[in-house]
Ligand binder design. Structure first.
Ligand SMILES: Nc1ncnc2c1ncn2[C@@H]1O[C@H](COP(=O)(O)OP(=O)(O)OP(=O)(O)O)[C@@H](O)[C@H]1O
Ligand SMILES: [Mg+2]
Length: 275
């Protein structure tokens, strides 16, 4: 059953405040009910979210290097990162976290998807649920009719939902890393410098990034052919460049819905899918 979530923006603001430690007085006191843990093994960063009665009480993130195109390429590194995030959450909340959900990019081989489960089991979670990333993002957004577009560090996943049911799911290479490559090439700087530059100089970066954003838009067009009547709901960090939403909306001539702290949508949704 699909639940409509009217306050997803509020939850994202809350998650961002928890992530940055901006919440006064540290983590909110726990309600004593069951906790849900989500582990997003992203290409750019690994994010662990803990929900208490559906509200974020802990969000930890660590740069990832153990995944490429959503696939675990360094198992030991990924396990060490998740272990570190789990231990930090446990220490902060004063509880043991025994179960979690994790997610895989749509359309990867079953064995690669299972690797995400094994990483979390190796990191100390006894029970691990597995969902695809786009369904996880949908679990956060709770939209009935629309396309969920998750543009992360390495790939663009698109899920089409009608009457709350997933009717189509696919994935293409192309994300924030590709935008960094465009920026690095145009400015003649190393790609490692392009990444922070993109965040600190969004106004200067946007015009340079337009062709890269249009390439992402072309992928979205392909992955939603025949579903042009539906709005596009943007998740993932890559489209957090201010103005990127307008580039997509005008290039595709479609309604685009944005959310604050879009890179937390999928981690939040994964936690919602947890046992
Ligand atoms: N404020 C921002 N402005 C511009 N880009 C941003 C911002 N914050 C994050 N990004 C970009 O978002 C990308 C990471 O997004 P996200 O965390 O959704 O990816 P991921 O889940 O790790 O990757 P994937 O889903 O492809 O495995 C990075 O490429 C980063 O450059
Ligand atoms: Mg992601």
């Amino acid at each position: 059953m699909i639940t409509t979530v009217p306050d997803v923006r509020e939850l994202l603001e809350e998650a961002a405040a928890v992530a940055s430690g901006a919440r006064d007085g540290g983590p909110r006191p726990l309600t004593g009910g069951p906790l849900q843990v989500g582990v997003d093994l992203g290409t750019a960063s690994c994010v662990l979210v803990v929900l208490d009665a559906g509200r974020p009480v802990w969000v930890g993130a660590h740069p990832s290097g153990a995944l490429r195109d959503g696939v675990v390429v360094d198992f030991a590194e990924a396990r060490a990162t998740v272990t570190r995030l789990r231990e930090a959450a446990e220490a902060a909340l004063g509880v043991e976290l025994v179960s979690a959900a994790t997610a895989y990019p749509p359309c990867i081989p079953v064995a690669d998807a299972r690797a995400c489960t094994f990483v979390c089991e190796g990191a100390g979670f006894a029970e691990v649920a597995l969902v695809d990333e786009v369904s996880a993002a949908h679990a956060a957004l709770g939209i009935t009719d629309g396309a969920v577009v998750d543009v992360g560090g390495g790939s663009t996943g698109v899920g089409v939902f009608r009457d709350g049911v997933l009717t189509r799911l696919d994935d293409r290479p192309g994300g924030g890393h590709h935008l960094d490559l465009v920026l690095a090439g145009a400015l003649g700087i190393p790609v490692e410098e392009a990444e922070p530059y993109k965040r600190t100089h969004p106004r200067e970066s946007l015009p340079i990034l337009v062709p890269g954003l249009q390439k992402i838009a072309e992928n979205v067009r392909d992955l939603t052919r025949g579903d042009e009547d539906l709005p596009l709901h943007l998740a993932g960090g890559a489209l957090m460049v201010p103005g990127a939403d307008d580039v997509l909306a005008s290039y595709l001539e479609r309604t685009v819905v944005t959310y604050p702290h879009a890179l937390l949508i999928t981690p939040l949704g994964i936690a919602r899918c947890a046992p």
